[in-house]
Design a protein around this ligand. Structure first.
Ligand SMILES: [Zn+2]
Length: 372
């Protein structure tokens, strides 16, 4: 049966310690320290207190924690002597079904890794959705991390341990991070659109006003309309997708937030887009709770920032501060298509670009969630 936070807060020290047993592998000292911070206001508060105990521990104690972990698909798995949590994780990732070749490769990597760093390789094998990473991805990550600097790898091991602990805690408390899962899935979904020449190679490249780019805008607009509860949604004259969530009382100022949905060549899936999907998830949660804030929220998916198709950059955000230079319209891409022609083809109204300039007095400010 799942624990509740109230139960944990009210439990005796011994019971509370038992409740958190196994969250950090064979290392009850972490829970013991964190529990001095009771009562916890949220599961996030508890996670933070646990992580803090590790972060402020000595390097020896941190190394002890890392070394308390089993090797990946190692002797302990074969001998079935893993903790219940580790058994669950290694089998969810399919490590118990390795082919003989994969198994041999992992054993070699385990030996090389241990010789280089002096501790076992640790990876949160249940992955970002908690459902398990594919075996080939685990093996690739293992091989790649062998080349890391020892100090970086120590930090990487601890990061993975915190992620493992987070998933184990979510299980114990029966918590599903629904907004996080949605946000993750939105990135995966949007990454399916990629420009010709790259999509065939499985690479992500989305440049200004290509077919893939316009498909991304439509998809973001669709989500804003159908799953978030924005009050106004538009695609503006430069291709930005803009969603506005009204404040509690009309006339209040807006908080602007957002990031770009175009990409560099062979890009990562999260750069830019995280700054769009996170505030969209926030608006969705507010809308579902029937809540309005004292200020409005304007989420902008900027059409262009990376300057890949045309030499101009920040076309999307530049237009909002009156920095769109009309001379850019005559720039040509590698195929000789002018920006003007590309915009007309996309049905954008060039004459309206100047009207996009915002009045700073109407805004509280601009914030951007961003990952590179
Ligand atoms: Zn970026």
């Amino acid at each position: 049966m799942a624990w509740t936070l109230d139960q944990l807060n009210a439990a005796t020290p011994a019971q509370a310690l038992e409740a958190l047993d196994g969250v950090y592998e064979h290392s009850p000292w972490i829970a013991e320290q964190a529990l001095t911070q009771r009562p916890f206001r949220s599961l996030a508060h508890l996670k933070h207190a646990l992580a803090h105990a590790v972060r402020t521990a000595s390097t020896e104690a941190q190394l002890g924690l890392i070394r308390a972990h089993p090797e990946l698909a190692g002797k302990a798995m074969v001998a079935k002597s893993l903790t219940a949590e580790s058994t669950n994780e290694q089998s969810k990732a399919g490590l118990t079904q390795c082919t003989p070749e994969e198994f041999a490769r992992i054993q070699q990597l385990n030996a090389d890794y241990n010789a280089r760093f002096g501790f076992p390789f640790i990876l949160a094998v249940r992955g970002p959705r908690g459902t398990g990473l594919p075996r080939n991805e685990i093996i690739e990550t293992f091989a790649r991390r062998l080349n890391n600097h020892p100090e970086f790898e120590l930090a990487e091991a601890l990061r993975n341990i915190h992620r493992i602990a987070e998933i184990r805690l979510d299980d114990k408390f029966g918590y599903v991070p629904e907004l996080g899962n949605l946000t993750w899935d939105a990135h995966e979904e949007l990454a399916k659109y990629s420009d010709p020449g790259f999509s065939e190679k499985g690479q992500l490249t989305v440049t200004y006003l290509t077919e893939a780019h316009r498909a991304c805008a439509e998809r973001i607009e669709f989500w804003m309309k159908n799953s978030c509860g924005f009050d106004e949604i538009t695609i503006d004259a430069v291709g930005n997708v803009v969603g506005r969530y009204h404040p509690a009382s009309p006339g209040a100022r807006y908080l602007m937030t957002g990031s770009h949905y175009d990409t560099v060549r062979n890009a990562g899936k999260y750069d830019g887009r995280l700054g769009i999907f996170v505030p969209m998830a926030c608006v969705r949660a507010l809308h579902q709770a029937g809540k309005r804030l004292p200020f409005g929220i304007e989420v902008i998916a900027f059409a262009e920032e990376e300057g890949q198709r045309y030499k101009a950059t920040f076309l999307g955000s530049g237009a909002l501060i009156g920095h769109f230079n009309p001379a850019w319209l005559d720039q040509k891409d590698a195929d000789g298509v002018t920006m003007r022609a590309a915009m007309q083809h996309a049905g954008l109204c060039i004459d309206d670009i100047a009207k996009l300039q915002r009045d700073p007095a109407q805004y509280l400010g601009f914030i951007e969630v961003h990952i590179e």
